[in-house]
Design a protein around this ligand. Structure first.
Ligand SMILES: NC(=O)c1ccc[n+]([C@@H]2O[C@H](COP(=O)([O-])OP(=O)(O)OC[C@H]3O[C@@H](n4cnc5c(N)ncnc54)[C@H](O)[C@@H]3O)[C@@H](O)[C@H]2O)c1
Ligand SMILES: O=c1ccn([C@@H]2O[C@H](COP(=O)(O)OP(=O)(O)O[C@H]3O[C@H](CO)[C@H](O)[C@H](O)[C@H]3O)[C@@H](O)[C@H]2O)c(=O)[nH]1
Length: 333
């Protein structure tokens, strides 16, 4: 029996695939490679296809004996989602609907889903609990929130049990040979490190007048290997017959944009030029997770929680792969 990982050639997906492989699991990846990389997947079959393609899914479920699905495939940029909301509804909601329908028809009844802290919008308090109110402030967050609800209804009608994992800010890499490579890159940690590498002249701080100690936004950075581990634990829960559930995944500590930049200067030993810019629309001032429920019910405890550890691990990857996966033999994807 194999685990189907949709979006397994992407950043968090490829790290989870590696984690599962090291745990001895059989994995099949489905990815259309628009933002993912063929080279990020090794030692498992990679099927180049789209989750919205029902015939492709039928072929896949007929070819492989799939026990469970870990579903990363999505469009996931907050800003882009406000420019192209209908594409987000199509890829995220229609894509997941097509996947769930195929699972129901082929008798696959377990799914782990990548949700996001973006379902909370501007939180009323931190640390955020899963029971706190949700009010997504972007089409991206809205689609993820809608999928959480879709999963609830699909369980009632088709018996598909689920675990929704609401990640906060994923960062870090797997030693020096697997890491984050997005084009365009929008995330803070890789952008800061690309500035340290001299690939960018400056890092623009989006707003320094927030109600935080240094005026810049505070986020909860969670190491991608800790996220990968959480997926294995979520799968274990479903295999053991555990009930469906929704879990925050964050380290439980917040760091400001300025703290990230200062730590990156320490880790890299390089000066990073900083420019002050206006606020970015839709950015909450502070996002910090309570991961108490994941600790209690999944047995998950993040282990790489120090900012220095997270940034050092990302630096290992960026330093050795300044052009991401493209600088390896063969280039490109
Ligand atoms: N990076 C973060 O900080 C973060 C935070 C919260 C939630 N998430 C969620 O985690 C998941 C993974 O995020 P990531 O940062 O690794 O993104 P990513 O873009 O690196 O990975 C997504 C992968 O899915 C593939 N994909 C997208 N649509 C597809 C489709 N229709 N059919 C087949 N493949 C498709 C892409 O090619 C890519 O390989 C996403 O669902 C995202 O919304 C990410
Ligand atoms: O060039 C930059 C890029 C980012 N930032 C700031 O750095 C912080 C982190 O920004 P990221 O873009 O790295 O991450 P987000 O917090 O916006 O978003 C991440 O977390 C969200 C949930 O909170 C979503 O899940 C989303 O997919 C995921 O990328 C924010 O305060 C942002 O304003 C800058 O100052 N300059």
């Amino acid at each position: 029996m194999a685990i189907l990982v949709t979006g397994g050639a992407g950043y968090i997906g490829s790290h989870t695939v590696r984690w599962l492989q090291e745990a001895g699991e059989e994995v099949v990846v489905l990815d259309h490679l628009r933002t993912g990389h063929r080279k990020a997947v090794q030692h498992s079959p990679l099927i180049e296809g789209d989750i919205r393609d029902r015939e492709e899914l039928d072929r896949l479920f007929q070819t492989y004996s799939i026990e469970a699905v870990i579903h990363f495939a999505a469009s996931s940029l907050v800003g882009e989602s406000t420019q192209r909301p209908l594409d987000y509804y199509d890829n995220n909601i229609n894509g997941t609907r097509t996947l769930l329908a195929a699972m129901a028809d082929h008798g696959v009844d377990r799914i782990v889903f990548s949700s996001t802290a973006a379902v909370y919008g501007e939180p009323k308090r931190v640390p955020i609990l899963e029971t706190d109110s949700t009010a997504p402030a972007s089409p991206y967050g809205e689609t993820k929130w809608a999928i959480e609800h879709m999963l609830g209804w699909a369980e009632q009608a088709h018996g598909i049990r689920f675990v929704c994992l609401r990640y906060f800010n994923a960062a870090g890499a797997w030693d020096r040979d697997l890491g984050e490579d997005h084009d365009p890159e929008t995330h803070l940690v890789p952008l800061v490190l690309k500035t340290a590498l001299g690939q960018r002249e400056t890092i623009t701080v989006f707003g320094d007048d927030y109600p935080t100690p240094d005026g810049t936004c505070i986020r909860d950075y969670v190491h991608v290997k800790d996220l990968a581990h959480a997926h294995a634990l979520a799968l274990k829960r479903l295999r053991e017959g555990g009930a469906s559930g929704i879990y925050n995944l964050g380290s439980g500590t917040g760091f400001s944009v300025r703290q990230v930049i200062e730590e990156a200067e320490r880790v890299t030993g390089r000066t990073i030029t900083v420019t002050s810019g206006p606020r970015r629309a839709g950015d909450p001032a502070v996002l910090i997770a309570s991961h108490e429920r994941a600790r209690q019910e999944l047995g998950w405890e993040p282990t790489h929680t120090r900012l220095e550890t997270i940034i050092s691990s990302a630096w290992e990857w960026h330093y050795h792969h300044p052009d991401g996966f493209a600088d390896e033999k063969g280039g490109g994807k």
